[in-house]
Design a protein around this ligand. Structure first.
Ligand SMILES: [Mg+2]
Length: 358
């Protein structure tokens, strides 16, 4: 009953609302969906999100890694030998974390499917529902305030705001959003490496002085500047969340050693899948570092994997699982759905994915 086939499907799924950040506007998600098939024809699904600007993975590089060395690594292996096969995938090639995540997640889905249980249950959870935040696309402050009101009416309670490039503007923008959203809404901001350490401290202190009551600030400085990240964490009271600075367990240990962040954002596409993510969660929790799970702009397949992990992650804050919410439709039939501010996983084997929709 060995692994018989590994297929890669390139998909492009349009968004229902453009996803605008300071550096780019996304109209569609480009991804590689990976299907791993056992001898009985059962399929496990995983996703490699192409994010040139974050992980350096492209559709072409993910497809090449999956259909080349990763396929060779898993073909003929026993799908129930999950730990060993995932470990072989991690060691098969350097880098290519999105491609490895796609294969690792497909292997986890297949293992759960073969046992006839939902993926969250394979990971140790009794729950199929997790809350998520939602991002407000960047735009004129008035438009963002209107969007904030709309999202709150739809049931979301945690709003993630991508910051622009001007500090004064950002404080004004946040002031308007806070005034519109009211005191009960949880507001978090993501600077996506936009500041120098000193500028970050100035900007965050200005936000604190303005009484904006921010839950956390994500990745204030450049990914590789751990000294700068530690400087910011030491000089503001708002909790600092490291995202682009944390890929591997080594990165995480370095952040812990320097006390460079209060929380870390774990994403499957950065660390290479569920197996390495679980190690990151264990290290973070042992050290008292808060964890939050997030994703790239990806579809219901990748979100199913990270949401499954979120059912057992004991995250320190509401996870960042809204990416597939932005899609006009799912590229697969079956799989997760959104219910207000919750991701709901199907009570079906694995991720409950039946196949591609077209
Ligand atoms: Mg981020």
């Amino acid at each position: 009953m060995s692994i018989r086939e590994v297929r890669a499907h390139v998909v492009r799924v349009p968004l229902h609302t453009p996803f605008v950040t300071a550096i780019r506007t996304v109209h569609a998600v480009d991804s590689v969906l990976v299907e791993i098939v056992d001898g009985a024809g059962r399929a496990g699904w995983g996703e490699g999100a192409a994010t040139w600007k974050v992980t350096g993975d492209s559709v072409a590089s993910i497809e090449a890694a999956v259909t080349g060395p990763l396929r060779e690594t898993v073909l003929g292996r026993h799908p129930d030998d999950l730990v060993a096969v995932c470990s072989a995938v991690e060691q098969a090639i350097v880098g290519n974390t999105a491609a490895k995540a796609a294969v690792d997640c497909a292997l986890h889905d297949l293992a759960a499917r073969r046992m006839g249980i939902p993926l969250p249950r394979l990971l140790g959870s009794g729950s199929l529902r997790v809350p998520t935040d939602v991002t407000l696309a960047a735009g004129p402050p008035q438009d963002m305030a209107v969007a904030a009101k709309k999202r709150l009416a739809e049931g979301f309670g945690v709003l993630k705001i991508k910051l622009g490039d001007g500090t004064a503007d950002d404080v004004e923008r946040l002031r308007l959003i806070r005034a519109t959203a009211g005191p009960a809404a949880v507001l978090r901001v993501d600077a996506n490496q936009g500041w120098t350490p000193r500028a970050a401290v100035r900007a965050i202190r200005a936000m604190e002085d303005a009484g904006l009551d921010l839950e956390l600030v994500e990745q204030p400085v450049a990914a590789g500047d751990l000294d700068g990240l530690a400087f910011v964490t030491a000089h503001v009271s708002t909790p600092v969340l490291a995202d682009e600075s944390v890929w591997s367990a080594q990165d995480l240990l370095e952040i812990i050693r320097r006390r460079a962040a209060d929380l870390v954002n774990v994403k499957l596409a950065k660390c290479g899948g569920i197996a390495p993510a679980r190690r990151l969660l264990a290290v973070a929790q042992a050290s008292g570092t808060g964890v939050l799970l997030g994703s790239m702009m990806e579809t219901h397949v990748g979100l199913g994997a990270v949401a499954s992990l979120a059912t057992v992650s004991r995250s320190a804050a509401v996870d960042d699982l809204d990416a597939a919410w932005w899609l006009s439709a799912s590229p697969v039939s079956g799989g997760l759905r959104y219910d207000g501010a919750h991701v709901v996983l199907p009570d079906a084997p694995g991720l409950g994915i039946d196949g591609l929709t077209s």
